[in-house]
Design a protein around this ligand. Structure first.
Ligand SMILES: Nc1ncnc2c1ncn2[C@@H]1O[C@H](COP(=O)(O)OP(=O)(O)O)[C@@H](O)[C@H]1O
Ligand SMILES: [Mg+2]
Length: 216
């Protein structure tokens, strides 16, 4: 589902080598947890998959497609097939939880589907929050709403970049359970984290990023 083939990536004209001839494969339906110390390249990896960064060399395939060949005008459509959950989960303050989730469907060009929203809300345990506004719910609950938004359009892949940073361990445990549930439903997950609770997820495979050895 996600294949990196001999990817190299540097910043600042080659001074910061993040990846050098790096390959990695994630199967359809797999729950991959990408770990490694801060600054190792977890976000860079995710940004390349989202086409926010380009590798200097090598290829990235998502669902069999060489994403480096996606025409500029198709990039928004490509990104909509990927659910993303970041540390910064901005909800629209003037909209209820239900409207925040519905917005993700509208943006993807689908009509808001109430039974779908209810199904996902039930899966994540947030049915009681649907009529509330973001200011009326906790940080952990907001993260669940962000997760609902990320999966509402049945993404090919759910990607997370440090989704539990700045949240308490109780929340990490609850997010881990939700990732496990989403994984059980057959979704492919790729989550970058250095949170040991997420690293302990049932059924996940750890991909540990190591400093790149660069030949001279
Ligand atoms: N846009 C950028 N410009 C220059 N250097 C960057 C940029 N993004 C990341 N880096 C550098 O690349 C390395 C990997 O960063 P990052 O992918 O954010 O790591 P992680 O997410 O694992 O903490 C770090 O040395 C970081 O400083
Ligand atoms: Mg990062």
């Amino acid at each position: 589902m996600i294949d990196l083939e001999h990817v190299s990536k540097s910043y600042e004209e080659g001074d910061t080598v993040v990846f050098s001839d790096f390959s990695m494969h994630v199967e359809k339906g797999e729950f991959a947890v990408v770990t490694g110390k801060s600054g190792i390249g977890k976000s860079t990896l995710i940004n390349m998959i989202l086409l926010d960064e380009k590798p200097d060399a090598g290829k990235i395939y998502v669902n069999g497609r060489d994403i480096g060949r996606i025409p500029q005008k198709e990039i928004p459509f490509y990104r909509r097939k990927i659910g993303v959950i970041l540390q910064d989960f901005r909800l629209i303050g003037e909209q209820t939880v239900r409207e925040n989730i519905a917005m993700a469907m509208l943006v993807a060009g689908a009509p808001a589907n109430d039974s779908k929203i209810h199904h996902v809300a039930k899966l994540l345990g947030i049915v009681d929050l649907l009529k509330k506004y973001p200011r009326e719910i906790s940080g952990g609950q907001m993260q669940k709403v962000a997760l609902a938004r990320a999966i509402i359009n049945d993404p090919l892949i759910l990607i997370g970049d440090e989704p539990t940073a700045n949240l308490d361990p109780g929340f990490s445990r609850s997010l881990r359970e939700l990732f496990e549930i989403i994984h059980d439903q057959g979704t492919t997950l790729l989550v970058a984290t250095h949170d040991p609770i997420i690293e302990g997820s049932r059924g996940c495979r750890i991909i540990s990023l190591e400093p790149q050895v660069v030949g001279s």
